[in-house]
Design a protein around this ligand. Structure first.
Ligand SMILES: [Zn+2]
Ligand SMILES: [Zn+2]
Ligand SMILES: [Zn+2]
Ligand SMILES: [Zn+2]
Ligand SMILES: [Zn+2]
Ligand SMILES: [Zn+2]
Ligand SMILES: [Zn+2]
Ligand SMILES: [Zn+2]
Length: 743
């Protein structure tokens, strides 16, 4: 469109004259001094240095014009504009190209290929108006339409019209001309090509062939499926064949990978019957393939027992299959050891008659196992290794059968038991019974059992028996394999209610071990008795002596003896001490005799007319002893012994009335330092007091300590104690415990 042009010459003409303001400075080596007025060029303004030959410029910039219209456009004259620099006030002018006005013919369009326009009527000549094409626009075309169709060797011509000015635009559409064509192909492709002359050969519709696999009976190949040309073959080859078969037929079959399998020579198999020990079957005899079996079936057998161990069998399969087969000596077949019947031939097996016991004699308990000896039974050799001897208590459940040989007295069932195997049945081969009798233990006539009296048991109506102790039977006695202490008991009703000496018939005693019984003695033997000495250590023994004629002196044995009217309670043993009424020295018991001069080691309650012998060393002679010992009351001295490893003795309980007394004896020990021995008892309301109830004395009867319950010594010595109840006890405190401590 319209360009803009500056006119420097015009500008110079209107330039203002500006006088130079010279400011002297040292130029060259001077400070620049600039004019206060602008210097100018066509495009720039600056302040110039006033120094001579100095080109230094300050504030150099392009002009910044502000444009205003100076002369408006008119017919054939362009518009003029004035520009003033806003900094330096330089004024310039310019004309605006193509801004002049013209006249045009708008009644008809001018056009060419570039577009359409209206033409000037200004009558001016070129070049002034050459480009004045008013209302110029590119054409507005419609669609292409065929103007002349294609023909042999001529392309189609198409045209379109401008809808504004009617300008027609035409074009030739390339490659639309017609030719004469022929089809052609090679190994890979097919195509069409021109046969016309006058130009290079043209080719179209070139494509690779499409192929498919084809077969006939002998060959396979590939063949084109293209419709454009005759079929072409390639890769033709004869088939490769394999023999194949199924249950019915055999045939040849291609194994080519190029196509589906093809069969030929299909035929049914030819078959033969065959058999082995177990089965018969049909088998092919074709040469074309490996043998095939069918109808494999176990033979049909008919069984017949050959006896206890085996059966035989013959086949019954039919003559067309094979000839009869016969097998012998085949073991019977059972489900398990309890199965009695052969699964094949129905032979019935049993253990009857395969073993037996001899008559078994009774045995007697001997504290060891006693069973059936190998010589006491017989068992068939064939099953011997499967058999064992089992025992159970007579009448017990069969599940209690055991191979453990019985020991205890009793009646037993014993059997030969076969474990069974594939041939022989499991079960009882033979059975019998035998007895292990009780061992008869002998109670020696006139022997005695010493039994501590147990008042609670004697008073308890639920207690039927009193244990007497044991009778020792040595190993070897009547076959005992080890020594045994047989516990013996007596029915309470055969005993006295109170402690004392009692004779019972041996047959009234019982053993407490069921393997033993008491050996009976003839009832004609009146001496078949044993003595039960029922002694009581819980109470103090007292007794009275007979007159002086019954005091005996034995100088050889250093003994003096008394005859006892009757023992009242308690127990007197050899070694005990007794206190004689009116005699201060304790008397040591050295021998005891029952009535009729029978020696004993123990006197018990109610023993009468018995004798006690004391150490006589405290008496000068028999004459001295007689008045002291005759017709007197004697009291047992209770012995207290220190418990092993402890500083106290056993305890005794006493229940006295006021003024009553009892005696204790104990032994002190040798020690480096003095030890204190103390009689311990409860003083609170019991009637005993530490300062009044106790005094200590020696064997010689001399009091060593009185008015105290303590004794100090470091020597070993026997000490006696008198304990007296000095007051009445409070209710419930009648029974008092006594013991001695040391420290
Ligand atoms: Zn300027
Ligand atoms: Zn147009
Ligand atoms: Zn052509
Ligand atoms: Zn093709
Ligand atoms: Zn093939
Ligand atoms: Zn076959
Ligand atoms: Zn068969
Ligand atoms: Zn059988």
């Amino acid at each position: 469109m319209a360009g803009k042009k500056s006119f420097w010459a015009f500008a110079m003409a209107s330039m203002l004259f500006v006088p130079a303001m010279l400011i002297l400075t040292a130029c060259g080596e001077h400070k620049h001094t600039y004019s206060e007025n602008w210097s100018r060029s066509e495009t720039q303004h600056w302040y110039a240095c006033t120094g001579k030959d100095c080109d230094e410029k300050k504030d150099l910039e392009n002009h910044e014009f502000v444009w205003t219209e100076k002369k408006p456009a008119s017919f054939h004259k362009n518009k003029v504009e004035e520009g003033i620099c806003s900094k330096c006030n330089l004024k310039v002018e310019r004309t605006v190209d193509n801004s002049a006005t013209h006249t045009f013919d708008t009644t008809m369009w001018q056009s060419d290929e570039s577009g359409h326009w209206h033409k000037s009527t200004c009558d001016e000549t070129e070049p002034t108006h050459q480009s004045l094409q008013n209302d110029f626009a590119e054409h507005t075309y419609g669609t292409w339409t065929v103007k002349t169709p294609a023909e042999f060797h001529k392309n189609r011509i198409e045209s379109r019209l401008c809808s504004v000015c009617g300008f027609e635009d035409t074009k030739e559409v390339p490659d639309t001309m017609e030719h004469t064509w022929t089809k052609n192909n090679d190994d890979q492709n097919h195509w069409e090509e021109t046969t016309c002359t006058g130009h290079e050969k043209l080719i179209r519709n070139k494509e690779t062939h499409t192929w498919e696999s084809k077969t006939d009976d002998t060959n396979h190949w590939e063949q084109t499926t293209c419709t454009q040309h005759e079929a072409i073959k390639r890769n033709e080859d004869t088939h490769t064949w394999n023999w194949k078969c199924d249950n019915v037929n055999h045939w040849e079959e291609t194994k080519c990978t190029q196509h589906e399998a093809i069969k030929r020579n299909e035929e049914t198999h030819t078959w033969n019957w065959k058999c082995d020990n177990v089965n018969h079957w049909e088998e092919t005899k074709c040469t074309q393939h490996d043998n095939i079996k069918r109808n494999v079936t176990g033979h049909t057998w008919v069984y017949a027992s050959e006896g206890e161990l085996t059966h035989g069998r013959t086949s019954n399969c039919g003559a067309e299959k094979h000839s009869t087969r016969t097998e012998i000596k085949i073991a019977h077949r059972y489900d398990n050891v309890n199965d009695t019947t052969c699964n094949d031939c129905s032979y019935e097996r049993s253990l009857t008659g395969k073993g037996s016991f001899n008559a078994l004699s009774a045995k007697t308990y001997n504290a060891g196992a006693q069973g059936v000896e190998e010589s006491e039974y017989e068992v068939n050799e064939a099953i011997k290794s499967l058999c064992k001897i089992q025992y159970k208590v007579q009448g017990a459940d069969d599940s209690t059968y055991t191979t453990t040989t019985p020991t205890n007295a009793g009646t037993y069932e014993v059997r030969i038991y076969c474990e069974g195997n594939a041939t022989y049945l499991q079960g009882e081969v033979a059975k019998t019974e035998f007895v292990i009798n009780k061992y008869k233990v002998e109670i020696v006539k006139k022997s005695s059992f010493k039994v501590a009296y147990d008042k609670a048991a004697m008073d308890d109506t639920n207690v039927q028996y009193i244990h007497l102790g044991t009778v020792h039977v040595n190993k070897g006695t009547e076959g005992l394999v080890k020594p045994v202490d047989v516990p013996i008991k007596a029915p309470k009703i055969k005993l006295s209610k109170n402690p004392g000496r009692k004779q019972v018939y041996v047959e009234d005693l019982l053993t407490e071990d069921d393997n033993f019984a008491i050996k009976e003695l003839p009832s004609s033997d009146a001496t078949r008795k044993a003595t039960i000495v029922h002694y009581d250590d819980s109470v103090v023994a007292t007794l009275t002596s007979k007159d002086e004629t019954n005091v005996k002196w034995d100088a050889t044995q250093n003994q003096v003896g008394i005859t006892v009217t009757k023992v009242n309670n308690g127990t007197i043993r050899v070694g005990d001490y007794m206190m004689c009424e009116g005699y201060a020295k304790p008397l040591k018991v050295v021998a005891l005799k029952l009535q009729y001069n029978v020696p004993t080691d123990m006197l018990v309650n109610a023993d009468e007319n018995c004798e006690i012998y004391f150490d006589n060393s405290s008496f000068a002679d028999l004459a001295t002893a007689k008045p002291i010992l005759a017709n007197k009351t004697f009291t047992e001295v209770e012995k207290l012994n220190f418990v092993e490893g402890k500083n106290y003795t056993n305890t005794v309980s006493r229940q006295l009335t006021k003024g009553g007394k009892f005696y204790l004896v104990f032994t002190t020990e040798a020690s480096a330092d003095t030890k204190t021995y103390k009689v311990n008892f409860d003083t609170n309301g019991t009637g005993y007091e530490t300062k009044k109830s106790v005094y200590f004395f020696r064997t010689d009867g001399n009091t060593t300590v009185s008015g105290s319950n303590e004794l100090n010594t470091k020597s070993e010595e026997i000490y006696f104690v008198t304990v007296t109840k000095v007051a009445d006890s409070q209710p419930g405190k009648e029974s008092v415990d006594f013991k001695i401590t040391k420290n």
